[in-house]
Design a protein around this ligand. Structure first.
Ligand code: ZN
Length: 121
C-alpha cells in the first residue's frame, strides 16, 4: 500500500485550501518500489475553477516523480474523463476534494482504479 507522511498530507491540504476556489496541482516524488511518497514537486501551472493544465514542456525530467496530485474545489474527489487520461502517466494519483469546511481524499492508479493510501507519522 502507498504511504504518505502526515506532515506532507497536511501541507498539501493547506496548499489546496490556499488555492481555493482554484485547483491546486503538483507532482509527487518518492520511491515507486517502496511505494513511498516523500515530497511534492511544484511546477508552473495554469489554474482555474474546474481545470488545471500544465505545459508539457514544463514537466520536470525527474525519475523520482512518481505521481500526480490535484484538488477539486467542488469537494468531490472523483476522477473526471480528463483526469483518467492524465493518470495513465503515473502509478499513483491523488485527488483532494476540498472546500473551506471539508476535505476528502481519493487515490487512483494508472488505470484509474481507486487504491488505498496510508497516512503514516
Ligand atoms: Zn480532476
Amino acid at each position: 500500500m502507498w504511504k504518505i507522511k502526515k506532515n506532507l498530507i497536511n501541507d498539501i491540504i493547506q496548499s489546496s485550501k490556499n488555492y481555493l476556489p482554484e485547483e491546486f496541482l503538483c507532482f509527487l516524488s518518492g520511491n515507486e518500489e517502496k511505494k513511498e511518497i516523500n515530497e511534492i514537486v511544484l511546477i508552473p501551472t495554469q489554474n482555474g475553477n474546474d481545470y488545471s493544465s500544465i505545459n508539457i514542456y514544463n514537466m520536470p525530467i525527474d525519475k523520482t516523480i512518481i505521481g500526480s496530485l490535484h484538488s477539486h474545489p467542488n469537494g468531490l474527489p472523483i476522477a473526471s474523463k480528463a483526469d483518467k487520461k492524465f493518470f495513465e502517466r503515473f502509478k499513483i494519483n491523488i485527488i483532494i476534494g476540498i472546500t473551506q469546511v471539508e476535505t476528502k481524499i481519493n487515490a487512483y492508479d494508472n488505470k484509474s482504479n481507486k487504491i488505498n493510501i496510508k497516512i503514516v507519522d
